[in-house]
Design a protein around this ligand. Structure first.
Ligand SMILES: Nc1ncnc2c1ncn2[C@@H]1O[C@H](COP(=O)(O)OP(=O)(O)OP(=O)(O)O)[C@@H](O)[C@H]1O
Length: 276
């Protein structure tokens, strides 16, 4: 097995005593070189987890091991940049802050369409995202942490930038963790999944293994034991369910392997604390 790039054990974070736990009892291992989708409801704890992995927050309990700060690039949801700098000055700052590591070509490939002399404060949301991603890739990180990176990009820019990011990650063996609410965007791009539900890790592992461990079935309503029902819906006498199977699914049902979207939606629909 590949060495892990992130390893968490009993990880918990409480922003304050009054607010309760944002993350609790989280344990997972992310092998090096994976493209990991980080999925969960609003407020599930995704940004908190990314900030912990980036070393910007300290765990309240447990531990998380990840590469040193200089080997991580973290693009936060609000893409903090200096508004008074120009695009060219921002890239120069990236080069000066990362001596010996900075990859001019990677940064320029992403930022090339931006007006070099425009002030950052005059850029659109999507243009700022592009600049933040250029800075992140220029740093030539071992681990790239992206918090909803594509949210304010138009569909063409989203496709182009996602393609560029993934090609760059594949070429350099970069590990990527990317949170997103756009499930279709993750399919075909990510090979690993981390699903956070109510502050706990509900599912994690290679996507192919997780899909193979689940079955989507339709047919007459009946007892589904010994399989674990993740979500079920009945229409008249017809049952549609997603189960985590224990051995082969035998019965009067039509069965299929779920898509990633089927799997994610089913797990996101379950109540907090239900068996995964
Ligand atoms: N700086 C903070 N101070 C106090 N509580 C916070 C802070 N940041 C987040 N929280 C709380 O921690 C919990 C997890 O928030 P987090 O931002 O990690 O969720 P998320 O999964 O990234 O959500 P979203 O999909 O909406 O971005 C939420 O209950 C949130 O209110």
């Amino acid at each position: 097995m590949t060495a892990p790039v992130i390893e968490a054990e009993g990880l918990g974070l409480r922003y304050s005593r009054r607010r309760g736990w944002a993350l609790k009892d989280c344990g997972f291992t992310l092998p090096t070189g994976r493209i990991c989708a980080l999925v969960g409801h609003n407020g599930a704890g995704k940004s908190t987890l990314l900030a912990l992995a980036a070393g910007l927050l300290r765990p309240t309990e447990g531990r998380i091991a990840a590469p040193a700060r200089e080997r991580i690039a973290y693009v936060a949801q609000d893409k903090p940049l200096y508004g008074q700098l120009t695009v060219a000055e921002t890239l120069r700052m990236g080069r000066e802050l990362n001596p010996g590591r900075w990859d001019d070509g990677a940064a320029a490939a992403i930022a090339a369409v931006l007006p070099a002399d425009a002030k950052v404060r005059a850029l659109s949301g999507g243009q700022r995202t592009r600049l933040a991603l250029a800075l992140a890739l220029g740093k030539r990180p071992e681990l790239l942490l992206l918090d909803e990176p594509m949210a304010d990009l138009d569909p063409l820019a989203r496709r182009e930038l996602m393609g560029a990011l993934m090609a760059d990650a594949a070429e350099h063996g970069t590990s990527v963790v990317m949170s997103s609410h756009i499930l279709t965007e993750l399919e075909g791009v990510c090979d690993h999944l981390l699903l956070v539900h109510g502050g706990r890790v509900r599912l994690d592992g290679p996507i192919d293994d997780l899909l193979a461990a689940h079955t989507l079935l339709t047919g007459p309503v009946a007892d589904l034991a010994p399989h674990t029902v993740v979500s079920a819906r009945t229409t008249g006498r017809q049952l549609t369910a997603l189960v985590r199977h224990e051995g082969p699914v035998e019965g009067p049902w039509q069965t299929a392997e779920p898509t990633l979207e089927d799997l994610l939606l089913a797990h996101l629909r379950t109540p907090e604390g239900a068996p995964a």
